[in-house]
Design a protein around this ligand. Structure first.
Ligand code: HEM
Length: 305
C-alpha cells in the first residue's frame, strides 16, 4: 500500500474545513488576473495560432518541412503566393512583438515584475510538486505540496515561453531584415534557431493547453483566464501559499481601514464631547442669568470702572 510522504512545506498547518466553510469559500471570489493580463493572454494566443499556422507553411526547404504539403499549398493560396504569406507572417510577428513590448515596458510594475517574480524561481515545494505530480499521474495517492499563484508546471512553461519568445523575436528580426544584417552566417543560423525555439514553445503549449483547457481539476484556472477570478476553495486547495498571502494582505488592509475608521471616530467623538461641554458651559451661564455676551460686557465694564 502506498503511503503519503511527509514533506516540509512553507505553508501553514493543514486545517479541516467544515461543510459550511467549503460552501462559503466556493461562493467567494479572488482576483487572479487583471483585465490587461487577460487581454494580453488572448492576443498572444491568437497571434501564436496565426504565426504557427502561417510560419510552418513558409518553410520551403523540405529538410525543415513539418506540415503536409497540402497545408503549405492552402496557406499560399489564401495569402496570394509565397511572398504574400511571408509578408503577413512577418507583419503579424512584428505586431505581436510590438504589443508585447508595450505591455512589458508600460506594465513593468503591474504585469512584468509580478510575472517574473511568480514564474522565474522554483523553491523546494515546487520541485517536490513536480515529483509528486508525476507520481499522481502514475496512480499513486500522494498529496501535492502547497503552491504560489502558479504551480511548478506553469512556472516551467512560463520560463520556456519567455526565453523562447526572446529567441523567436531576435531570430525573426534577423530573417525579416536580412538585407541589412552585416553577417550572412547570422541569417543562415536564424532559421534553424527560430524553428527550434518555436518547437520548444509548442511542446510546452501542448501541455499548457491540455492542463488549462481540458484537465478537469484546473477548470477554475480555465475560467480565470476569461473572468480574471477563481473561487476561494480552488485557491485554497491548489495554490495554498498564494491563498495565504492574499488573505494576509486582506487582513492587513482591513486592519488599516479599521484603524483609520477608529481614529476618525475618536476625533469626531472628541469634537462632539468638546462641543457638548462648551454648550453645557454656555447653558449654565444663561441659567445663572448671565449670557456669555453679557458676561464679557460685565468684565469690560468692571475694567472701565
Ligand atoms: C487555446 C489556447 C490556450 C488556453 C486554453 C490557455 C489557457 C490558460 C489558462 C487557463 C491560464 C491560467 C492559468 C492559471 O492562472 O492558473 C493561462 C495562463 C497563461 N498562458 Fe495560456 N492558454 C492558451 C494559449 C496560450 C498561448 C498560445 C500562450 C503563449 C505562447 C500562453 C501563455 C500563457 C501564460 C504565459 C500564462 C500565465 C499568465 C499570467 O502570468 O498571468 N497561453 N493560459
Amino acid at each position: 500500500m502506498s503511503q503519503t510522504p511527509v514533506v516540509e512545506t512553507e505553508a501553514p498547518a493543514e486545517e479541516v474545513l467544515s461543510v459550511e466553510q467549503i460552501k462559503a469559500m466556493r461562493e467567494r471570489r479572488i482576483k487572479k488576473h487583471d483585465s490587461s493580463g487577460v487581454l494580453l493572454h488572448w492576443f498572444n494566443a491568437a497571434c501564436w495560432l496565426f504565426l504557427v499556422a502561417t510560419g510552418l507553411a513558409t518553410v520551403s526547404n523540405p529538410a525543415y518541412a513539418i506540415v503536409p504539403i497540402e497545408w503549405t499549398r492552402l496557406m499560399r493560396a489564401v495569402f496570394g503566393g509565397t511572398s504574400g504569406l511571408i509578408f503577413w507572417h512577418a507583419a503579424v510577428g512584428l505586431l505581436w512583438a510590438g504589443v508585447l513590448m508595450v505591455h512589458i515596458v508600460f506594465g513593468w510594475r503591474s504585469l512584468t515584475v509580478p510575472f517574473l517574480k511568480n514564474n522565474f524561481w522554483l523553491d523546494r515545494d515546487d520541485v517536490m510538486w513536480l515529483v509528486f505530480r508525476a507520481q499522481r499521474i502514475l496512480g499513486k495517492d500522494v498529496k501535492l505540496p502547497p503552491q504560489g499563484p502558479f504551480n511548478a508546471g506553469q512556472k516551467i512553461f512560463g520560463i520556456i515561453v519567455t526565453l523562447g519568445s526572446i529567441v523567436i523575436l531576435l531570430s525573426g528580426l534577423v530573417l525579416v531584415f536580412r538585407p541589412y544584417v552585416p553577417d550572412t552566417a547570422w541569417v543562415a543560423w536564424a532559421l534553424p534557431v527560430h524553428l527550434f525555439a518555436v518547437g520548444a514553445v509548442c511542446t510546452g503549449l501542448c501541455i499548457h493547453i491540455y492542463m488549462g483547457g481540458v484537465f478537469p481539476e484546473e477548470k477554475q484556472a480555465f475560467f480565470s483566464i476569461f473572468t480574471g477570478e477563481v473561487n476561494e476553495l480552488y485557491a485554497y486547495s491548489h495554490h495554498r501559499k498564494w491563498y495565504t498571502e492574499v488573505k494576509k494582505e486582506e487582513a492587513e488592509w482591513e486592519e488599516k481601514l479599521r484603524d483609520r475608521y477608529e481614529r476618525t471616530n475618536n476625533r469626531k467623538a472628541n469634537e462632539l464631547v468638546r462641543h457638548e461641554e462648551q454648550e453645557k458651559a454656555d447653558g449654565q451661564s444663561f441659567r445663572a442669568g448671565i449670557s456669555p455676551a453679557a458676561d464679557e460686557n460685565a468684565e469690560e465694564k468692571a475694567e472701565e470702572d
